[in-house]
Design a protein around this ligand. Structure first.
Ligand code: NGF
Length: 293
């Protein structure tokens, strides 16, 4: 499981001027990230807008990424959807396309029991031979993964890890204890990459990594060689950038910053909020901070 270590970018999707998936821009973005030395890519998650795309669009986006990344980086396909049938279709497609692993949020909108959540995930897991990573993000799904559900899910050897997007590093450490040494824990909030790694995360999956991959790759390197004071000072600089990003519509801001880094991935899909002319000055400042950090 050492392949699941380090910096995994929760990749943005790329659209053309008509708002359609743009495979050539997606390949460029993939190349840009791989050249920066990230360990892997997480496609179709929250940052990737997978949950507001059609099944066909999600497939096109993953196919474009795989064409560029195959054999060069670990690709995790997020296949979570509001209904199990779409997730199973996406799981089978991801396996055919060559993704390394699957991942999914819990069902959302409808409040369902633990039993229904397990059935939803198990249907995806049973539909392919790929390893599976649970995506725990209670703030958006409303489902709070308990240690006992994690323990049950983990009985299946295909369930190799969990990605935790909550601000509790205590919970992260508890999940690591449930999973054990061979279970991969991914830190979710980019603002606590260092803290998450210190509390047992093997890796991180994050959306802001994509606009400043060099900084997260450097942070990971410092952690690995035990330069923790330097790592903290870099995390603080990163957090100054993220704090300013969060004053803007975050997903729209990420797209604009990617554009400033040379790849036009278009805007975000409604209902996500675009950045507008009034944000121009803040975006310029953010870009400068990233490039100077
Ligand atoms: O987008 C969110 C919502 N969190 C992301 C990340 O955990 C989600 C995080 O990078 C993710 O990995 C995905 O896109 O599937 C934040 O954008 C970042 O920490 C800034 O707050 O919570």
């Amino acid at each position: 499981l050492t392949k699941y270590e380090g910096v995994f970018v929760a990749m943005n999707s790329c659209y053309d001027e008509f708002g359609e998936v743009n495979p050539s821009a997606a390949k460029k973005l993939t190349r840009f990230l791989l050249d920066k030395g990230v360990s892997g890519l997480y496609v179709g998650g929250s940052t990737g807008e997978g949950l507001i795309q059609s099944v066909e669009e999600r497939k096109r986006m993953l196919e474009a990424v795989m064409e560029e990344a195959r054999g060069q980086a670990v690709v995790i396909a997020h296949i979570g959807a509001a209904n199990t049938r779409d997730s199973v279709e996406l799981a089978r497609h991801a396996e055919r396309t060559g993704a390394d692993a699957l991942s999914s949020v819990a069902p959302f909108y409808y409040r369902v029991s633990d039993k229904a959540v397990k059935q939803h995930w198990n249907a995806m897991i049973d539909s392919t031979e790929l390893p599976f990573i649970i995506y725990h993000i209670p703030s958006t799904t409303g489902f709070h993964l308990s240690a006992s559900v994690l323990q049950e899910m983990k009985q299946n050897p295909k369930v190799i890890g969990v990605k935790i997007t909550t601000s509790s590093t205590y919970e992260l450490q508890q999940f690591k204890a449930v999973g054990g040494d061979r279970f991969v824990v991914f830190n979710g909030p980019d603002e606590q990459y260092l803290a998450g790694r210190m509390m047992g995360a093997n890796a991180g999956i994050g959306g802001t990594y994509g606009v400043m991959p060099e900084l997260f790759v450097a942070l990971e390197r410092q952690i690995r060689v035990g330069k923790l004071e330097e790592a903290l000072s870099l995390q603080v600089r990163i957090n100054e950038i993220i704090t300013r990003m969060l004053e803007l519509p975050i997903y729209g801001a990420l797209k604009e910053l990617i554009k400033r880094r040379g790849i036009d991935c278009g805007g975000v899909r409604a209902p996500l909020e675009q950045v507008t002319g009034e944000h121009e000055r803040q975006l310029d400042e953010l870009y400068n901070r990233i490039m100077q950090a």
